[in-house]
Design a protein around this ligand. Structure first.
Ligand code: FE2
Ligand code: FE2
Length: 196
């Protein structure tokens, strides 16, 4: 486990971000079995989802180019995301893990790539990473607390997934920010699964 954190600390220097990563990993592992998700994969996604978060915009775009050239899958709405490179820090994180430790599990790669924006058609591991990143208790925001309760006390996976989109979209609208269509597509799909 120490070697896991050592790799994380090679790329992350901010103590709060490291704590967030470890907290996300531990909570993902804690509830993984209940949700029929492999607990080791859950821990891995939680620990490393933000490993590329402290790269500069240009560095992120360089990692994204390398990832794209691998042909694992195409990144939707890439031109939009390139306008805001931080939206691609999940893809950069996946590329770091591929180059550093040979990560090849496509489900894990997708979960790490999609943790920032969500998307439609995600696997259970990807959905779990998306919402646990938003709601792990160190976040402390009132919306995060609500989602954490739905996920861990009410044990309502689909509802927590929908509400993660709801609060993220609300925040973007409240701040007059652009919204990536991938997030809207994820929201619409979650809404159809969990009504209202
Ligand atoms: Fe992130
Ligand atoms: Fe995160």
């Amino acid at each position: 486990m120490d070697s896991d954190v050592k790799l994380l600390k090679k790329y992350l220097k901010n103590k709060n971000r490291i704590s967030h990563s470890v907290s996300t990993a531990e909570y993902m592992r804690s509830f993984a079995t209940f949700y029929s998700i492999d607990k080791n994969n859950a821990y891995f996604c939680g620990l490393y989802h933000d490993i590329g978060k402290e790269l500069s915009g240009d560095e992120i775009l360089a990692y994204v180019d390398t990832f794209n050239n691998r042909g694992i899958f195409s990144i939707d709405y890439l031109d939009f995301k390139k306008k805001y490179p931080s939206l691609l820090h999940g893809v950069a994180s996946a590329e770091i893990l591929i180059s550093e430790i040979g990560l090849s599990d496509k489900d894990i790669i997708t979960a790490i790539c999609s943790h920032t924006l969500g998307a439609r058609g995600l696997s259970r591991l990807s959905k779990y990473t998306f919402m646990m990143d938003f709601c792990e208790p160190l976040r402390r925001h009132e919306d995060s607390v609500k989602v954490f309760k739905i996920l861990t006390s009410d044990k309502n996976f689909d509802r927590a997934y929908l509400m993660t989109y709801h609060y993220q979209l609300k925040e973007l609208l409240d701040n007059y920010k652009e919204i990536c269509l991938e997030t809207v597509e994820g929201y619409n799909e979650a809404k159809m699964i969990s009504c209202p």
